[in-house]
Ligand binder design. Structure first.
Ligand code: GLY
Ligand code: MN
Ligand code: MN
Length: 447
């Protein structure tokens, strides 16, 4: 991964200074931050794709870091102990050119790396470890392992992205959008879920193990399985719909994008997709620093009720549909979540850096982002409207079931559902949508 060095240096300066303040405030004079190492499968010498400790990745935005460690100290440049194992079984990782922003030591074996770290720590009296603790607490003089207060402060701050991070997320978005457009074309050409998945990987230039999350490529009723994880090799006999939730990664930062298409332009499902898309964009237009995401989520339930009435899916009023939780059967997930080095970035429920939490409302327990929207936060806005047999059955058998126009609902069941998901960064007076401009720009002849 290559970046502009000054852009990275500014990012590093910003987070190193914040870490320095947090360490000093918690009376630690150093933090050891391991990248972590691949966790092998049981009784095996193979491991799932390696995901570095996100606290490490924020300093070192590249995946080639297994076994490396950072030493962060207030007022000092972070020191990187870069693990560069030799041998002829694997390609040895090379140090990116931007890494010269750190004080760097490279080591070709773990024990030498640990010895050097132990030597350096002799100069410190209170050291905290932040990250996975594999061999460290047994070998290092640590005052604390993942102390709650310090970790909460770091996690709370991570929601606010630096310009460098936003730039990575724009790149991740462009990568994802290239895949989305090829996937849409593969769908329109009659491809199977597997064909569409492969078209996505090729066009976005991503290998499967490096995706931010497994692609959701759902034709027809599969769109009603929220995290559908299978890829049928045969196209369905009759096409109704296509939902794709697939992202991109750049410098470890994620994009998380969903689009839904009708197989039959101009049909009722197509109109419903367009209507939900309009609601989603209106919602993005409401975003401001200081707004409660819980309120935005609640507002989307009212909008969902409005759609159900407008499309003749229910016979009661929108208010009544909201009050009687009819909307919960059609929109059963949270409106969105923080996004960054993780697809569901941590810290969405922290009320403050002290670790107090804003609980999800009782009615919406799956909402992952309950804290106040703030300048620089990056998050998703992903309303959905689904026809999920299990939830519809419960609705059918409830008191509210008589207010549902089942003939209309049943006609839409083969389409599975709709989700529209964009990623936004909060500005001083609104939100910058990272996703829409990328579609507009890349979906051009010759782009
Ligand atoms: N792609 C998973 C999600 O949207 O949360
Ligand atoms: Mn999402
Ligand atoms: Mn998604």
């Amino acid at each position: 991964m290559s970046f502009e060095k000054p852009e990275f240096a500014a990012h590093l300066g910003c987070i190193a200074s914040h870490w320095g303040d947090a360490l000093a405030e918690n009376r630690y004079d150093a933090a050891v931050v391991p990248a972590g190492a691949p966790a092998m499968y049981y009784q095996d010498d193979q491991a799932p794709p390696f995901h570095p400790n996100p606290h490490f990745a924020r300093f070192f935005p590249d995946d080639s870091c297994a076994g490396s460690v950072l030493l962060v100290r207030p007022g000092a440049n972070p020191k990187l102990y870069f693990s560069q194992p030799g041998g002829y079984w694997h390609l040895s990782p090379s140090l990116p050119d931007w890494a010269d922003a750190f004080d760097v030591e490279t080591h070709d074996d773990d024990e030498a790396l640990l010895r050097s770290l132990v030597q350096d720590l002799a100069r410190h009296s209170r050291v905290a470890l932040v990250g996975p603790d594999e061999t460290f607490s047994a070998n290092l003089p640590l005052a604390a392992v993942n102390p709650e207060r310090l970790v909460n402060q770091l996690v709370f701050a991570r929601a606010t992205k630096t310009p460098f991070e936003v730039a990575r997320m724009r790149e991740a978005t462009a990568i994802g959008v290239r895949g989305h457009l090829a996937a849409r074309d593969a769908f329109r050409s009659g491809g199977s879920e597997f064909d569409i998945h492969m078209a996505y990987l090729a066009a976005s230039g991503q290998e499967e193990s490096k995706l931010p999350y497994p692609n959701i490529i759902a034709l027809n009723e599969h769109a009603g399985i929220l995290h559908y994880q299978h890829y049928d090799r045969e196209p369905p006999a009759r096409g109704h719909s296509f939902l794709i939730d697939a992202g991109g990664r750049s410098g470890g930062y994620h994009a998380d994008i969903t689009r839904t298409y009708s197989a039959n332009p101009g049909d009722d499902f197509d109109a419903l997709v367009t209507a939900l898309d309009e609601k989603q964009q209106a919602l993005v237009g409401e975003i401001r620093p200081g707004l409660s995401y819980v309120d935005l989520h609640t507002r989307m339930h009212h909008e969902t009720a409005d759609l159900l009435v407008r499309f003749g899916l229910i016979r009661c009023s929108a208010e009544s549909a909201f009050d009687r939780k009819i909307t919960d059967a059609f929109f059963p997930h949270g409106l969105g979540h923080l996004l960054g080095l993780q697809t569901h970035d941590v810290g969405g429920k922290l009320a403050n850096a002290d670790g107090d939490e804003v609980e999800s409302p009782e009615r919406f327990p799956s909402l992952r982002y309950t804290r106040e929207i703030d300048l620089g936060h990056v998050f998703t806005v992903e309303p959905g409207l689904y026809f999920i047999p299990m939830l519809l059955e419960t609705l059918h058998d409830s008191e509210a079931g008589t207010d549902v126009n089942w003939a209309k609902v049943d006609a839409l069941r083969p389409c599975g559902g709709i989700r529209i998901e964009d990623n936004v960064v909060v500005t001083s007076d609104g939100a910058d949508n990272l996703t829409r401009p990328a579609f507009a720009q890349i979906d051009q002849p010759g782009a």
